[in-house]
Write a protein that binds this ligand. Structure first.
Ligand SMILES: [Zn+2]
Length: 104
């Protein structure tokens, strides 16, 4: 599978990192993974993290850029980040990927 495009030291990801108060952030916009607090190498080396963000890239592709952005924001406002259905899907898919890796 081809590695996704990344944007390190992304100003958008930096804002998200400050707002969330976390050490590192990856944030998908369209097909690009915006990173703050992590290098491309660190991101790509973390299989679960990579799998999670790949789901968001697929969500953008499947829903369309603006429709997905909108649905994601509405969902976040409604139920919060953690229970956001698109986050739940990404977490579950990433966990499945890791389980499959461990079973190989
Ligand atoms: Zn996510």
């Amino acid at each position: 599978m081809e590695a996704p495009r990344t944007w390190t030291h992304s100003p958008l990801a930096r804002i998200a990192r400050v707002v969330l108060g976390t050490r590192r952030v990856a944030m998908v916009i369209g097909r690009t993974v915006h990173l703050s607090g992590a290098s491309r190498q660190e991101f790509l080396a973390d299989a679960e993290w990579l799998a999670h963000e790949r789901v968001h890239i697929r969500q953008f592709r499947e829903h369309g850029f603006f429709p997905f952005l909108w649905k994601y924001l509405v969902e976040s406002a409604r139920v919060g980040y953690f229970n956001n259905r698109y986050e739940v899907e990404a977490r579950e898919e990433a966990r499945r990927v890791m389980e499959e890796r461990n079973n190989d």
